[in-house]
Each structure stands twice: as C-alpha cells, then as structure tokens.
Ligand binder design. Structure first.
Ligand SMILES: NC(=O)C1=CN([C@@H]2O[C@H](COP(=O)(O)OP(=O)(O)OC[C@H]3O[C@@H](n4cnc5c(N)ncnc54)[C@H](O)[C@@H]3O)[C@@H](O)[C@H]2O)C=CC1
Ligand SMILES: O=C(CO)COP(=O)(O)O
Length: 342
C-alpha cells in the first residue's frame, strides 16, 4: 500500500481530536496509540486487509491464524490491542482459549466478525464481553470489501463501543487518508447492521441472478432495510445506526458488488447451483448462510416479521426454489408501507 495510508487524521478535526485525546488519556496505563502493538487473529481476507492498514500506520502487527507457527500465547504477549477477524464459527472457541491464556485488563478487544452464534444467538461482541468483562470492547464494521481495501481504494468504517475512550483510540490507530474511521456509541447496532445485511446480500444476489431488474432490486433493498431496522432495534440497536455506514452503507456495498461472497451465494442459487457447490467454489467465508438460520431462530422466538430473510432461509435450506421465493414475497397480504416498522 502507498505511504498516504501512514498519515493519521487531518488537522480539520483538531477540536474533535483534542477532546478525544483527553478521554483516551484517562487510560494512562495504555501505551499511546501511535506505538500500539496489535495481535490480529484470523489471517483470512479481512484479517490481512486490517493488518495492511495497521502496518502502514507503523503499528507493530502480529497476524495469527490456526496454522501459524507462533503460538497464541506468543502472539498475545505484551500487546495493546487484540483484533478478532475470525469467522463466526471460531469466535467462541478462540475467546475461550484466550481466557485460559489470560489477557491483561488494559488490552482493548476489537471485534470485526459479522455473524451470530448458532448455539446462543449472541453477537461476537457479546461473546467477547462475557469472557472479558473488564476489557474495553470495540466493534469495527462498515462497507469494507477487503479486495478494494487491498487495492488502496478509499473506504470508511465505524468503530463503536460503550467505552468511548477506547473507540477514539481505535479510531486513531486505524484512520488514514484512505481509511476514514467514524466513532459510535452503539456497538450492538453497528454489529447487527453488518451481520444482518449478509442475508440481504444473498437475496439481492438471487434477484440479480434471476435478472429481475432494477425496480425489483430497489424494492428488495428498501424493504430489507425495514426488516433490519425491525430486528436490530428490537434487539437493542439504535435506529440511526442502521441508516449509517455499518447499516445501509454496508448493505449497499454488499448488495451491489460481485466481490461480496454473500451476493455470490445468492447469484449461484439463482443459476440453479447447489449451495454446497457454491461454498466449495468460493473457498471463503459467507456468513449470511449461518446468519439466516440464527436470524430465523431469533425471529421465531421474538415474533419479529422477517419476510425477506425468511425466504432466504427457506431457499438455503432447500425448502423452496428461487422463483417460488419471489412469488411468495410478491403475493403477501397487501398493507401500508410503514404499518409495522417497529
Ligand atoms: N472479507 C471481507 O471483505 C470482510 C469480512 N468481514 C468478516 O470477517 C470475518 C472473516 O472473514 P474473512 O477474513 O473474509 O474470511 P476468510 O474466509 O477469507 O478467512 C477466514 C480465516 O479464518 C480461519 N478460520 C476458519 N475457521 C476458523 C476457526 N474455527 N477458528 C479460527 N480461525 C478459523 C481460516 O483459516 C481463514 O484464515 C467474517 O465474519 C466476515 O464476515 C468483515 C468485513 C469485511
Ligand atoms: O462485509 C463485507 C463488506 O463490508 C464483506 O462481504 P462478504 O462477506 O459478502 O464478501
């Protein structure tokens, strides 16, 4: 990546950064952000892209995967921040392993996974929070297709925490002229936006694969946003978060790019391919498949209407064809546009 990644925030935000720095100084036991040592867990597409961003800000980065020669103990020794970029299926076990190893309380945990735990329906940050109650936990999520970031194209993201000093620190660590980082006090909403949109990306992939046109795609994305808002706010996220980068922003990115693995799952299904074949060809994580299953579990439990996500679930579980899914959505009872938003 080019050197302009290595400069931190612009001077125009000086007033903001002064107050941010004051809050960050409340954690005086931490080293200042410019010298941070980061362990990034998960050396897949996202872990590598985050490592590239951090290295170009001159941070010390230790990128770890299950096949690394370095042990987890070695990687975690004397770090300031832990970044989890592992797929959902590995989060609970990895967090438990780290709990056994032990981590000093001052280490900020940044979670970048977009998924839901199939057993407990918890989000990744809720898992980290339960295992590390005394640590600052920060969610990092936004429209961040890793390939574009590796190609040095500009992008923006959100770092969100109930500990705003920690969020400001993480903002400083990752911000550059190519990666614009916003803060937010709503980690759950930030995380749910990035997670739920993967199910919608599958639906939009189907829509494009069936060549249903731009009107259909616009209707699908707009109605899906209503669905995400309904679920997200019910679970405790703030309404405005779902209209921001980690909600609508990430949905637009994933629903309009063939770089999205979730979109490609839907596109493949519309072409008549079997899910197993699509996943085999992808050789990469498509979290929307697991998320659709967990989401239906939550919706059934909480009685939340999710017509679009439910059709995706039925399609993924071989209960319906793509064409039948479209018909089921079009033939639902007629109603007012905003009758059941919340
Ligand atoms: N690739 C992207 O553009 C973005 C991905 N994400 C999220 O980041 C997470 C990781 O995605 P990618 O890096 O793209 O996936 P990937 O498929 O490229 O890589 C996943 C990595 O995790 C490892 N892994 C697999 N199962 C594991 C387990 N049980 N325990 C520990 N490690 C395991 C794999 O060996 C691989 O190195 C996902 O939740 C994804 O939604 C978030 C933003 C952008
Ligand atoms: O979350 C992503 C972009 O923000 C990546 O999307 P996919 O997992 O669908 O590739």
């Amino acid at each position: 990546m080019v050197s302009n990644l290595s400069n931190s925030q612009s001077s125009s935000s000086q007033a903001d950064t002064t107050s941010q720095t004051n809050q960050a100084h409340a954690h005086s036991h931490r080293r200042p952000a410019p010298e941070a040592t980061l362990a990034i867990l998960g050396a897949g597409a996202w872990g590598k892209a985050l490592a590239t961003i951090a290295r170009h800000k001159n941070h010390q980065v230790r990128l770890w995967s299950r096949s690394s020669e370095e042990s987890l103990e070695e990687v975690l020794a004397d770090i300031d921040m832990l970044v989890s970029a592992i797929p959902m299926k590995g989060v609970a076990t990895t967090a438990a392993k780290i709990q056994e190893i032990g981590l000093p309380d001052y280490v900020t945990i940044i979670t970048a996974t977009k998924g839901l735990d199939p057993e407990t329906t918890r989000t990744p940050s809720q898992i980290w929070e339960a295992d590390f109650p005394n640590h600052p936990i920060v969610v990092l999520s936004g429209p961040n297709l890793s390939k574009e970031i590796e190609q040095e194209l500009p992008a923006a993201t959100v770092v969100s925490s109930t500990d705003m000093a920690a969020a400001y620190e993480v903002q400083t660590v990752f911000s550059s002229s190519l990666f614009r980082v916003y803060t937010s006090p709503d980690p759950l909403g930030t995380e749910l936006g990035g997670t739920l949109k993967n199910v919608i990306a599958i639906a939009v992939g189907v829509c494009d694969g069936l060549k249903l046109g731009t009107n259909a795609k616009s209707a699908l994305i707009t109605r899906a946003l209503t669905e995400i808002l309904r679920v997200g706010t019910h679970l405790g996220g703030q309404t405005e978060t779902f209209f921001g980068l980690s909600g609508l922003g990430d949905m637009l990115a994933t629903c309009s790019s063939v770089l999205s693995r979730n979109y490609r799952v839907g596109y493949g299904l519309a072409q008549g391919k079997k899910l197993e074949q699509i996943l085999e060809e992808l050789q990469s994580t498509a979290e929307g498949v697991n998320t659709a299953n967990v989401l239906v579990k939550i919706a059934n439990r909480e009685q939340i209407p999710i017509p679009i996500c439910r059709q995706v679930y039925r399609l993924l579980n071989h209960k319906i064809t793509p064409q039948e899914a479209v018909e089921a959505l079009m033939e639902r009872d007629l109603k007012a546009e905003f009758c059941d938003l919340f």
